[in-house]
Write a protein that binds this ligand. Structure first.
Ligand code: 13P
Length: 251
């Protein structure tokens, strides 16, 4: 059985006090309840160390939203995978479409980030997804396949097995437009086949593939009921503890 995950991506929201408050609220709502998925909070860097302390670590993990593509040194403003690991965070989101678009992240830099994350025992949540124009011209499958191939297919079987993927169609992010359950399933199934062709069915079957893009309490259940959708990467709806918990509870 592959892991089911609901992960929040707070993006660049919440000042220090607000973020720690949100982490506490989520942890309180989770309480001692048992959910059928892992819960991860993807916070800005400034919250990581304290968020790790205030949440119930048996129930909630903490993720960074990016890491540097260099191990250390004179890279002003960057935060390394090793630094992230030292906060107690366990995961790092890599390759989000906003970073690809606004910070010119390339296949190569993402490959370097994935390697550094793995070397530092962080689990990469690696994001892939096509733009609207790419779907409209029917090259969405090719785009997603290239994103996987170019940044991940250098990995050994063992290391690939440590990656979590998140399919986030760019046209669905923050737009209120969600991929239909059929569109999500179709792409997730395709992604699993791409993995299977390279690493074999065994690895493909245990790779967790999350869906992201306007996922909310009212559509989560239907999206997650697809056989190849193993959870969600949640933006806007992860900023409200109640909504986030409803999505977690959708499993
Ligand atoms: P929204 O849920 O706000 O559409 O964002 C999705 C996302 O980008 C998660 O990484």
């Amino acid at each position: 059985m592959r892991k089911k995950i609901v992960a929040g991506n707070w993006k660049m929201n919440k000042n220090y006090a607000e973020g720690i408050e949100l982490a506490k609220e989520v942890s309180n709502l989770v309480g001692n309840k048992t959910f059928h998925c892992e819960i991860i909070l993807g916070t800005p860097f400034i919250h990581l160390a304290e968020a790790v302390k205030v949440v119930n670590s048996q129930k909630i993990s903490v993720a960074a939203q990016n890491c540097a593509n260099k191990p250390s040194g004179a890279y002003t403003g960057e935060v390394s995978a090793e630094m992230i690991k030292s906060t107690g965070a366990s995961h790092v989101i890599i390759g989000h479409s906003e970073r690809r678009a606004y910070y010119a992240e390339t296949y190569q830099t993402l490959k370097e980030k994935v390697d550094l994350a793995l070397q530092n025992n962080l689990i990469p949540i690696f994001c892939i997804g096509e733009k609207l124009s790419e779907r409209e011209t029917s090259i969405h499958f090719d785009i997603v396949k290239a994103q996987i191939q170019e940044s991940l297919f250098h990995l050994s079987e063992e290391n690939f097995g440590r990656i979590v993927l998140a399919y986030e169609p760019v046209w669905a992010i923050g737009t209120g437009v969600t991929a239909t359950p059929d569109q999500a399933q179709e792409m997730h199934f395709f992604i699993r086949n791409v993995i299977s062709d390279k690493y074999g069915k065994g690895i493909a079957d245990v790779t967790t593939i999350l869906y992201g893009g306007s996922c909310n309490p009212s559509n989560a259940k239907e999206l997650f009921s697809n056989p190849d959708v193993d959870g969600g990467l949640i933006g806007g709806a992860s900023l409200k503890a109640d909504d986030f918990l409803k999505i977690v509870d959708a499993f």
